[in-house]
Design a protein. Structure first.
Length: 211
């Protein structure tokens, strides 16, 4: 007995929906535990700290490097939930949105995971300069201004940025921070709330090999 055409179409649509839903859930990324020991001595890292504006588009960071970068930036380093960077009255008003080739994600420091916000390559929203498309990772530091004012949030974002600079110097990576971003475009793509303000964007990766 043949299955009616309409029923077959419905079943196919349901299967496609189920597969799409499963794939969407699977796109959340569980990061490896960050390495909290080793690395370059602090004074050497400070000596090597610099800003880069060119990145090797063909060379990605490993999941462990991304985990280390995010933990260094604003990860949890104490049992009471406090972070690697200070924030006013421990408000922890800043969130880190991570732009990768596979999509835009929100960093969850408690579970060390990246929660998918928008699928697909969204790296171009990470800045107004052409090089942002080549950087394998861009971190958007987004502050909730309903919790603190922009001036204070900007200071807290600066602490987070400097942590990323020091990690990248220690790891031999290139990095560069900027405030020149299209905030309206980012807010639209990431569905940010009105109180969420993009304080800074910072890319990380490898510098192109010298010819």
């Amino acid at each position: 007995m043949k299955t009616p055409l309409k029923l077959t179409t419905v079943l196919a649509a349901l299967c496609a929906f189920a597969i799409a839903s499963t794939n969407l859930l699977a796109q959340n990324i569980t990061l490896p535990a960050p390495q909290k020991t080793g690395g370059m001595p602090l004074m050497e890292a400070l000596a090597k700290r610099s800003t880069a504006r060119n990145f090797d588009a063909a060379r990605d960071l490993t999941p462990l490097q991304i985990s280390n970068l995010l933990w260094s930036a604003f990860g949890i380093n104490r049992d009471d939930g406090k972070r690697t960077a200070p924030s006013a009255s421990n408000r922890q008003e800043c969130d880190l949105y991570v732009l990768l080739k596979t999509g835009a994600y929100l960093y969850d420091a408690k579970t060390n995971t990246l929660t998918l916000v928008v699928a697909g390559d969204q790296r171009e929203i990470g800045g107004t300069q052409p090089f942002v498309k080549n950087a394998p990772v861009t971190i958007l530091i987004v502050a909730d201004t309903s919790r603190v004012g922009k001036e204070t949030a900007g200071e807290d974002a600066g602490f987070i940025s400097q942590n990323m600079y020091l990690y990248c110097a220690s790891e031999g990576l290139a990095t560069g921070v900027r405030a020149s971003v299209n905030r309206d475009q980012i807010a639209k793509v990431l569905s940010l709330k009105p109180a969420q303000w993009v304080a800074l964007a910072q890319s990380a990766g490898y510098e192109p090999k010298k010819q």
